[in-house]
Design a protein. Structure first.
Length: 133
């Protein structure tokens, strides 16, 4: 189970290119037979890349339910980039943990636009004919 997977509904598309404040909360449910640790990250599925420095240790072999939040600032280059939460269970044995979202706690992602990336200036018109002498 050392594979990244995306919990249902934990994604969004950004409306425009710019600098964003990205946040996520992950609620995991583990059992007394769960060992190993659980890591979460944000992933840009438009560019097929993990968002740098978005990894967070969610749980380390506890036998309880836990919720962890994490916030970063990231530059997203394109309007409509699709960002999703991904979770991975590492070095685990026993009962696989589940990512939960219900009345006892939510798994969610959010974003706030901090700064719009400016559009490049329009190209200059071609030069006109030379001035008469």
């Amino acid at each position: 189970l050392d594979t990244w997977y995306a919990p249902s509904g934990a994604n969004f598309s950004v409306p425009k290119a710019g600098k964003y404040l990205l946040s996520y909360t992950v609620r995991v449910s583990t059992s007394s037979t769960t060992t190993g640790y659980i890591v979460a990250r944000l992933y840009n599925s438009t560019t097929s890349t993990a968002i740098s420095n978005s990894e967070c240790l969610i749980d380390y072999g506890d036998e309880n339910q836990q919720s962890t939040s994490f916030t970063i600032t990231a530059e997203l280059a394109t309007a409509s980039d699709n960002i999703r939460l991904e979770v991975r269970w590492r070095s685990g044995t026993g009962t696989a943990p589940t990512v939960a979202s219900d009345g006892n706690g939510r798994t969610q992602v959010s974003h706030v636009l901090l700064e719009v990336t400016p559009s490049p200036p329009p190209p200059l018109p071609p030069p006109g004919p030379p001035a008469p002498p």
